[in-house]
Ligand binder design. Structure first.
Ligand SMILES: [Zn+2]
Ligand SMILES: [Zn+2]
Length: 314
């Protein structure tokens, strides 16, 4: 039986420019009831060994390639791949090398402001082979909701899906240190086996079983039990939705979250539905369908609360 586990996939420590020791990061994650984290310090793996003394949360080992042309997350690679010569025109060769060693590749904060705010933070790599890219941060940093950078990331992701690519959406808190209460956080839920582990996290991302959320657990299943990341026959389907508000309190600091509507986004556009448990959908061939939960947060309306990875049709 698979379950959804809240995780944080982008974390830093004193091993690069974070304010946390590894131990402090692990504690902060545990306080937020996160089941898994990815340790992704800038251009170094020196913090990995320190995580071994903790049984929870589970840690998927990663590194953030921090270059002048973009930040790229690499998770679970069996070998070190040199990031220092990565430039916009050779990125496909570099990602191919990571894939050869079994690593997952994610685009970090694609629309972060670059120089002079954060050098190289804007994604300028000229990717031609998107098959090598497993995931993209649709929500980044503190604002889980639609700030300009997140809006752009969502749009880029949709256009890549419509070109036939399969890319999982993730949230990257880009966690460097704890912040004040005003900080609105979010997480990535991963659908994993009950035997939760770093390998299970990796498999979930690789297979597109992700939900990005400002807190609530939100997902759907078809009448046959297929869910996000799966490929189904095109035609008529009923999507059965779960919205679990109990799951959010530790993650978002107990904000007043009120879901109001569901949006189904696909290659052919967006359709709005009132909040409901079942939606009948006529799906097209060779397309993708992602669900979004919209509502209010502390009285502020029209907020994107959660979005799922797509279910694909053949
Ligand atoms: Zn970064
Ligand atoms: Zn980072």
């Amino acid at each position: 039986m698979k379950k959804w586990y809240p995780c944080e996939l982008h974390c830093h420590t004193l091993h690069s420019d974070g304010g946390f020791t590894v131990e402090e990061l692990m504690k902060a994650a545990e306080e937020r009831e996160l089941c898994g984290i990815c340790l992704t310090d800038h251009n170094t793996t020196s913090g990995w060994d320190e995580t071994e003394q903790f049984s929870s949360p589970k840690v998927l080992r990663g590194i953030e390639w921090t270059t002048y042309h973009g930040h790229m997350l690499v998770l679970g690679s069996k070998a070190y791949v040199d990031w220092r010569d990565a430039v916009p025109v050779n990125i496909d060769e570099k990602t191919a090398e990571v894939k050869k060693h079994g690593g997952l590749i994610g685009v970090a904060h694609p629309f972060q402001l670059g120089t002079p705010i954060c050098t190289g933070g804007h994604w300028d790599f000229e990717v031609k082979n998107w098959d090598n890219i497993d995931y993209m941060e649709i929500f980044s940093e503190g604002s889980a909701f639609l700030n300009t950078a997140n809006k752009k990331a969502r749009r880029l992701w949709h256009s890549l899906l419509s070109e036939g690519n399969r890319i999982a959406p993730t949230m990257g808190r880009d966690w460097h240190r704890t912040r004040a209460n005003t900080f609105i956080s979010a997480c990535t839920y991963l659908l994993c086996d009950e035997e939760f582990s770093d390998t299970a996290m990796k498999n979930a991302i690789e297979n597109g079983r992700t939900v990005v959320s400002a807190g609530p657990l939100f997902f759907f299943e078809t009448e046959r039990g297929d869910t996000v990341g799966d490929t189904i026959e095109s035609g008529d389907h009923t999507l059965h939705f779960t919205v679990d508000l109990k799951r959010h309190e530790k993650i978002d600091g107990g904000r007043r979250i009120t879901p109001e509507k569901i949006l189904i986004v696909s290659g052919s556009g967006e359709t709005e539905y009132p909040l409901t448990s079942d939606i009948s959908l006529k799906t097209e061939k060779n397309s993708w369908y992602s669900a979004e939960l919209w509502g209010s947060v502390d009285g502020e309306e029209n907020m994107l609360l959660a979005l799922t990875a797509p279910i694909y049709t053949k």
